[in-house]
Design a protein around this ligand. Structure first.
Ligand code: GMT
Length: 373
């Protein structure tokens, strides 16, 4: 098949999923065309059958704002015609599904639009009435729509009052890349005296509740020698640094900034913290589990579909930092329990969220839409 993929190529779960999907499709012999603003961050070395088409920003003195979305739609249509694309796969309703819909109208070659919803466009942008109708248009005019969790399927139907069928295709992980063995050296570096390593990776937006990550750690480190690794950058970075300083935790909390290669960091950790206020899936939780790292987090959104409470981690209601800290300590202080959680976490990642399985589900969906009248 010939597939066009559009996504936010910068750091973030949706960009990671879209890029890994494209690479996996290319490895299976499909032709993949990324139609993007920048080269996707997870693309890595040259991959055969993968092509990149970058949008040229249109600037002209009378245009107060560059017409980015129209340039994207036009480029999608051009690529669809030139490379005879079978499918345009939009990762996010806004702007990508709407642009893909316009491209399908413009293109001469019959191309199908598949949209994957990742969460932010639904749970955050849908609150903005001025965008709600256009997001709904993107969803309803797609030939097929998927969401990354059952929770997001239900939220979308409820928030948009739409009866458009939405199929859940869970996010996935490559267990060959995210594996427990790849972090041993790094672990010795961060925890030379056998401290427990807690990890959080995100874009430090308020929805991630970075304040709770630090509050949980503060309670844990009072009882267990531990280190906290904070990976990422974003609007709450400054407040997090102040919180760490005020709590006198400067010597046990490490801010590592944005990192592109995260598998060794996951594998160096003993516990991953994800106390988000809203999370459609939590790809980072899955990547941690694949490295044999149990997760302590909140029950928000799709997290309980990934992390099984009492088996691969512990979950508590959003904001319950005392409970999260108690559960983290229970796990870290009981070796037999920890080992069982760690191996079940790895098993669940491999058996329920394997990249090959999920890419197969996307391939089947592409074939369905191509066969439909
Ligand atoms: O979490 C973010 O803020 C980034 C966002 C994105 O668009 O990349 O992540 C969303 O998509 C990921 C991939 O499907 C999911 O794993 C995240 O849970 C989801 N984030 C939210 O729902 C807040």
């Amino acid at each position: 098949m010939r597939v066009g993929i559009s996504c936010y190529p910068t750091v973030g779960g949706s960009g990671a999923v879209a890029t890994e999907l494209g690479k996996a499709l290319a490895r299976r012999g499909h032709e993949v065309h990324f139609i993007v603003t920048d080269v996707p961050f997870r693309l890595g070395a040259f991959v055969e059958h993968v092509y990149i088409h970058q949008i040229e920003p249109v600037t002209y003195p009378v245009l107060k704002t560059p017409p980015y979305d129209f340039a994207l739609a036009s480029l999608m249509a051009r690529v669809a015609d030139e490379y005879q694309l079978d499918v345009l796969h939009a990762h996010y309703a806004l702007p990508f599904a709407v642009c893909a819909y316009l491209a399908r109208e413009m293109a001469h070659h019959p191309v199908r639009v598949v949209t994957t919803l990742h969460g932010t466009d639904i749970t955050v942008l849908a609150q903005d009435q001025s965008l709600k109708s256009i997001i709904k248009l993107g969803i309803e005019r797609s030939d097929a729509v998927t969401a990354v969790s059952q929770s997001l399927v239900l939220d979308t139907a409820r928030l948009f009052e739409t009866d458009k069928p939405i199929r859940c295709i869970y996010n996935f992980v490559d267990p060959g890349e995210f594996r427990p063995e790849c972090g041993r050296e790094l672990k010795r570096h961060f925890a030379p005296n056998g401290e427990r390593v807690l990890l959080h990776i995100s874009n430090f937006r308020p929805v991630k509740r970075l304040h709770d990550v630090i509050a949980v750690f503060e309670r844990v480190v009072r009882r267990i020698p531990a280190k906290l690794l904070l990976v990422g950058e974003g609007p709450d970075l400054g407040a997090a640094k102040r919180q760490v300083e005020e709590a006198g935790l400067g010597n046990v909390v490490h801010f590592l900034g944005r990192q592109d290669e995260v598998a060794p960091l996951f594998a160096a950790a003993d516990l991953f913290l994800l106390p988000s206020a809203s999370e459609s899936f939590g790809l980072v939780a899955l990547e941690a589990m694949s490295c044999g790292v149990p997760v302590v987090g909140s029950t928000a959104g799709g997290i309980p579909e990934v992390v099984v409470h009492g088996e691969t981690g512990f979950l508590a209601p959003v904001g319950c930092v005392d409970d999260m800290a108690d559960l983290a300590c229970q796990l870290l202080q009981n070796d037999a329990m920890y080992r069982a959680f760690s191996s079940r976490a790895r098993e669940r990642a491999v058996n329920a969220f394997h990249v090959d399985q999920k890419v197969g589900e996307y391939e089947a969906l592409y074939r369905e839409v191509m066969a439909a009248e």
